[in-house]
Design a protein around this ligand. Structure first.
Ligand code: ATP
Ligand code: MG
Length: 432
């Protein structure tokens, strides 16, 4: 026997038994984005490595050590996308969608980062992304946060808290940078290795360190708020006022910086205490310089990304899902003529009732074995076909979940009968 091929570390399968939670999340996401006039945007999973290096920034965990990158047979340098914003910004530019125009879009799909796998942290994971281009804000900052708040609320996740901060403009960040270098230099020998290396190149990164000893030093670091330029301060205050007016609670967290270099002004995270260490379920901010940095026209932007695995874990704790998709009907057929007719009948029924969920017994077996499968399938009804039924032009209908007696029904009437029993025509107007 050959050896089993194991899945890669940090990737996971989503099994049919758990898919109802994902479907609930994805269906609700589509509804909420539609309610705000955001349109779906699908971008490639592979991009030129340069795109992520240029946008996310050196001295970030992603670019330094987490990207899945390779050189393909044609010498192209390719990376599996670690996040969606860079690809969406690239696509906006490539397709000329930003010339004098504003865009509000969303996307959903897999991302790849070579992290140390643990609960809530994977190497292939999924994100829901919202992005808005061309708005100076602060109204768009408020809108995109309200959108995330509504999505979380619609999902039933009321225990997640909003943390907010402003990183100011690149200029005000530069003066903060100098103050941080001054502060951290005094503790240089106690910092973790990554933070020591980033001390002069990108000291803001140190604030985001997950290292416990470094975090203790971070606790005493100067606040960014004190270095904020007046325009950024006014922008931030206007955002906060809009959130208050909308009844959204928030916590201003002066240590909140994001793991990517491209953020300016507003940054925010939605944090839960129900998931242990992996507590951020959604994170985002404003990235006014990104589009220009990627060669596009100067265009402000703002967005967020929500980690689907972490949201699914919260939904599972609450037992929220779209339910199992059991078939409505299981078709049992025994005998040569009956088996030959079964697939044909099933096709006819699906043609007549597009919403009917019908599973056909495959691979034969006696009636007893087939009824066992019918029961296990979760179907409400069984259709029973033997050679004798085929000869009489009837199908037997059996209620698998009630105590109604099995009845014969003419084969050409069974579709209509099932539609009535299952309520499949309700809400349908006109003929299909
Ligand atoms: P963290 O600090 O947890 O590493 P991050 O700052 O790297 O997060 P972002 O790049 O902002 O994360 O991604 C947005 C969201 O995507 C995160 O808040 C999280 O919910 C989710 N996420 C990020 N990385 C992973 C991962 N490796 N596995 C599962 N979800 C992830
Ligand atoms: Mg990370």
């Amino acid at each position: 026997m050959s050896t089993i091929i194991e899945p890669l570390r940090g990737v996971h399968d989503i099994l049919p038994s758990g898919i109802g939670t994902w479907q609930f999340l994805e269906r609700t996401t589509r509804e909420v984005f539609a309610a705000y006039g955001y349109e779906e945007f699908r971008v490639p999973i592979i991009e030129q490595t340069q795109l992520f290096k240029r946008s996310i920034g050196d001295f970030t965990d992603i670019v330094e050590k987490e990207m899945f990158s390779f050189v393909d047979q044609g010498e192209d340098h390719i990376t599996l996308r670690p996040e969606a914003t860079a690809g969406i910004a690239r696509a906006m530019i490539s397709n000329g969608l930003l010339r004098g125009a504003r865009q509000r879009v969303w996307c959903m799909g897999p991302m790849f980062r070579r992290e140390r796998p643990q609960a809530g942290r994977y190497r292939q994971f999924h994100q829901i992304d919202a992005e808005a281009f061309g708005f100076e804000g602060p109204d768009v900052d408020a809108e995109i946060i309200l959108l995330s708040a509504r999505l979380l609320r619609r999902l039933g996740l009321t225990g997640v808290k909003l943390h907010l901060n402003s990183l100011g403009t690149p200029a005000s960040r530069a003066s903060y940078r100098e103050r941080l270098i001054g502060y951290f230099s005094a503790y240089e020998s106690q910092l973790d290795e990554d933070s020591r290396r980033r001390l002069h190149a990108n000291p803001l990164r140190i604030l985001d360190s997950k290292h416990p000893e470094t975090q203790r030093i971070v606790a005493g670091a100067p606040h960014l708020g004190e270095s904020l330029d007046p325009e950024s301060r006014a922008h931030f205050e206007a955002l906060c006022a809009r959130l208050r007016a909308a009844g959204i609670e928030y916590h201003v967290d002066h240590r909140l910086v994001r793991g990517l270099d491209y953020y300016t002004r507003t940054v925010f995270e939605w944090i839960t205490d129900s998931l242990g260490a992996q507590s951020t379920v959604c994170a985002g901010g404003r990235y006014d310089g990104l589009v220009e940095q990627l060669g596009g026209p100067p265009t402000p932007g703002i967005g967020w990304a929500m980690g689907q695995e972490r949201i699914v874990m919260l939904l599972e704790q609450l037992g929220r899902h779209d339910g199992l998709q059991s078939p409505d009907v299981f078709l049992v057929a025994s005998g040569e003529r009956a088996q030959a007719f079964a697939l044909e009948l099933a096709e006819r029924l699906r043609e007549g009732s597009p919403r009917l969920r019908l599973q056909v017994n495959l691979g034969g077996g006696n009636f007893k074995a087939q009824f066992k499968r019918a029961d296990k399938s979760g179907a409400r009804y069984a259709l029973v076909l033997g050679d004798e039924e085929v000869g009489r032009g009837v199908v037997a209908l059996k209620d698998l979940r009630g105590d109604q007696a099995q009845v014969d029904c003419p084969a050409e009437e069974i579709g209509g009968r099932l539609s009535v029993l299952l309520g499949l025509d309700e809400g349908n107007t006109g003929k299909s």
